[in-house]
Design a protein around this ligand. Structure first.
Ligand SMILES: Cc1ncc(COP(=O)(O)O)c(C=O)c1O
Length: 389
């Protein structure tokens, strides 16, 4: 079976974790601080704050942006459900705009019509690592005085052309960017997240909230020769990252350039292998974007049934995943407040027709050729050519 992904973990990560375990300090200590520093350097961000995952990163960032009960946040439904959920954790109402079907990202042309007096923030997503159009989105946010938050869960190492040069996602180009270190991502710590921001006061607030709003962190109290009693001036959360995770993340960061180079090579190879499969659409980078190819997401010909195609590939030893979900179609959103100023046709179409192909560092050329060959055969054989109900 060719899996959908394999994390690039080896002896280096195992030794880093073991070093921390034997050190006697295993949560949110020196390793987390070093990981934050190194991550900030990697993406050229002024501030980086580690948290327990990207969902908690989004929650804290929306709170810092001032999102509270009844406020609206303009975002996409076509994303992992955590994007919309994080708005609801603040009591906010997601306002879904449709996507540009070529990039699977928020269509900037639809954003302005979604903004009302109740809008508190714009939350865009760099979907599966493909940068969204920050050059279009930022002026809209600025015109309306709204914070622009980037869900960069999948985008560690992706780049955009900005002010005449290539810059990494996470600088950030909006007000803050949130990353995930789940095993499907390029940098993985098992679970984990990072918030980069341009605002010093937001960063300070994140550091309080992530540890129950404890006034004096345990690292400081531990190092002090005075007895210190901490206080809890406001409601906080346990959104800590452990030092074990951070040590793994530091090793992963060292590998990032190599991981990206390899994925770019594999993505470009897929595109040439699949170039003339009738009706099949391969992903393309806009001129101003460089994806880290966290996922290689193709669109099947209109006539092909997504589930049947995936089942045939599975029967032939190839694991795939359906394209990105749409939150508004899930039962968790049926009774909940959300709105959409226009139909979400491109989002729904993408959910129904896209599939993600295996892509990982040591995917062999032979396996990649086999995947392309089988996919071409399935499309040409036409067995699954009944449109799903
Ligand atoms: C776009 C997007 N946002 C948020 C998340 C949530 O990340 P985490 O699992 O680290 O909470 C994911 C996870 O896959 C994602 O793809």
């Amino acid at each position: 079976m060719i899996p959908i992904i394999k994390p690039s973990l080896d002896q280096r990560e195992a030794e880093a974790a073991s070093r921390v375990i034997l050190s006697g300090w295993i949560t949110q200590g020196a390793e987390v601080a070093s990981f934050e520093r190194e991550f900030a350097e990697t993406v050229a961000a002024p501030h980086a704050c580690a948290v327990s995952n990207c969902t908690t990163a989004l929650h804290l960032t929306l709170l810092a942006a001032g999102v509270r009960a009844g406020d609206e946040v303009v975002t996409v439904s076509h994303s992992y459900i955590a994007t919309a959920n994080s708005i609801r954790y603040c009591g906010g109402v997601p306002v879904f705009v449709d996507i540009d079907p070529t990039t699977f990202n928020m269509d900037p042309n639809l954003v302005e019509a979604a903004i009302t007096g109740r809008t508190r923030a714009i939350l865009c997503v760099h979907q599966v690592g493909m940068p969204c159009d920050m050059a279009e989105l930022k002026p809209i946010a600025q015109r309306h005085g709204l914070p622009l938050i980037e869900d960069a869960a999948c985008a560690a190492g992706s780049e955009i052309f900005w002010n005449g040069r290539w810059e990494r996602i996470g600088k950030p180009h909006g007000d803050a960017a949130c990353f995930s270190f789940h095993p499907r991502k390029l940098v993985s710590t098992g679970d984990g997240g990072m918030i980069t921001t341009r605002h010093k006061d937001w960063d300070k607030q994140f550091r309080l909230w992530r540890q129950h709003s404890m006034s004096v962190p345990d690292t400081v109290r531990h190092a002090s020769n005075q007895v210190i009693f901490e206080t809890y001036p406001e409601l906080g959360f346990n959104y800590r990252m452990t030092d074990i995770q951070a040590a793994v993340g530091r090793e992963q960061l060292k590998k990032l350039p190599g991981i990206i180079a390899r994925r770019r090579e594999l993505a470009s190879r897929y595109s040439s292998l699949l170039t003339d499969v009738p009706g099949l659409i391969t992903p393309v980078e806009p001129q101003w974007a460089r994806s880290n190819w966290q996922s290689y997401c193709i669109r099947l010909p209109e006539s092909c049934d997504q589930k049947q195609t995936m089942q045939i590939l599975l029967d032939r030893g190839i694991s795939t995943r359906r394209g990105i979900m749409c939150a508004h179609r899930e039962a968790a959103y049926r009774q909940q407040p959300w709105r959409s100023p226009s139909k979400l046709e491109a989002s729904e179409r993408a959910q129904e027709t896209a599939i993600i192909l295996p892509l990982y560092h040591d995917l062999s050329m032979a396996d990649q050729e086999y995947i392309a060959e089988q996919l071409r055969a399935v499309v040409l054989e036409g067995t699954p050519c009944e449109v799903s109900s």
